[in-house]
Design a binder for this molecule. Structure first.
Ligand SMILES: Nc1ncnc2c1ncn2[C@@H]1O[C@H](COP(=O)(O)OP(=O)(O)OP(=O)(O)O)[C@@H](O)[C@H]1O
Length: 233
């Protein structure tokens, strides 16, 4: 089975000419099927830039990045859009729509799924909200939920379309310790039961235990790759 993420020799720079600044240099990284990889490192080391390249949210400049079997080098915007639909995204600020209920927010992620009618989408959304412990909150809007509950809705939304890969950027940054751990453990358990791979960027040392592997970055380079103990000492 092909690795959901296979990155080779990726170099990326912001700006042009005299303002050009390399923020990723010769990055190699792979995520195996079903594997949970945490990308960590100091602020500015290039983690988010790498995640947005893998998520086809920006164009590749140099090197090779295969995601869910698609090469992103030279990919057109339409191909990137198609690939993005096969990835589940979770961001720091949940990005839920305030005027929709939790159930509608989750169901929205299925709208691209042509074969599913609205009733079925809402039913699947409700089932997944149940799986993240929010069965009693499906009809509430994000403003009526706690931060941890909102992030659990975001987890349900990222998983509902059965993506092959989840990309998460600082999913616990806005949460206290207990809710942060709860959310990532939930994410890990659901992803494991579905065989979904996760690439998760975090500064948060409290959640490193969910990873199968930790990749450490510094100054645009990968400086460590292995078990938590091997990488962080
Ligand atoms: N759109 C942009 N234009 C120019 N420079 C940028 C842009 N986005 C990020 N950078 C710079 O690229 C470098 C890497 O940023 P990036 O956000 O990838 O790092 P990070 O490791 O995710 O940091 P943090 O942990 O603070 O989010 C930083 O020096 C940042 O200032």
């Amino acid at each position: 089975m092909e690795n959901p993420v296979e990155i080779r020799d990726v170099t990326y720079a912001y700006g042009e000419g005299a303002l050009r600044r390399e923020v990723l240099r010769d990055v190699e990284l792979r995520v195996a099927p079903g594997e949970i990889v945490i990308l960590t490192g100091p602020s500015g080391s290039g983690k988010t830039t790498l995640l947005t390249l893998v998520g086809a949210l920006r164009g590749l400049q140099q090197g090779s990045c295969r995601v869910l079997g698609h090469e992103l080098a030279g990919a057109r915007e339409a191909e990137r859009v198609a690939l993005r639909r096969r990835i589940g995204f979770i961001f720091q600020n949940h990005n839920l729509l305030g005027f929709l209920t939790a159930r509608q927010n989750v169901a929205m992620a299925l709208e691209m799924d042509g074969g599913t009618g609205e009733a079925q989408r809402l039913e699947r959304a409700g089932a997944l909200l149940g799986a993240v412990g929010l069965a009693e909150h499906t009809e509430k809007r994000p403003g009526q939920l706690s931060g941890g509950q909102r992030q659990r809705v975001a987890v349900a939304r990222a998983l509902v379309a059965r993506p092959g890969l989840i990309l998460a950027d600082e999913p616990t940054a806005a949460l206290d310790k207990a809710s942060g751990q709860e959310v990532v453990h939930l994410l890990r358990d659901l992803a494991r039961s579905r065989g979904t791979a996760i690439l998760l960027v975090t500064h948060d040392p409290r959640i490193l235990d969910v990873a199968d592997r930790i990749v450490a970055m510094e100054d645009g380079r990968v400086v460590g790759d292995g078990s938590a103990q091997a990488v962080l000492g």
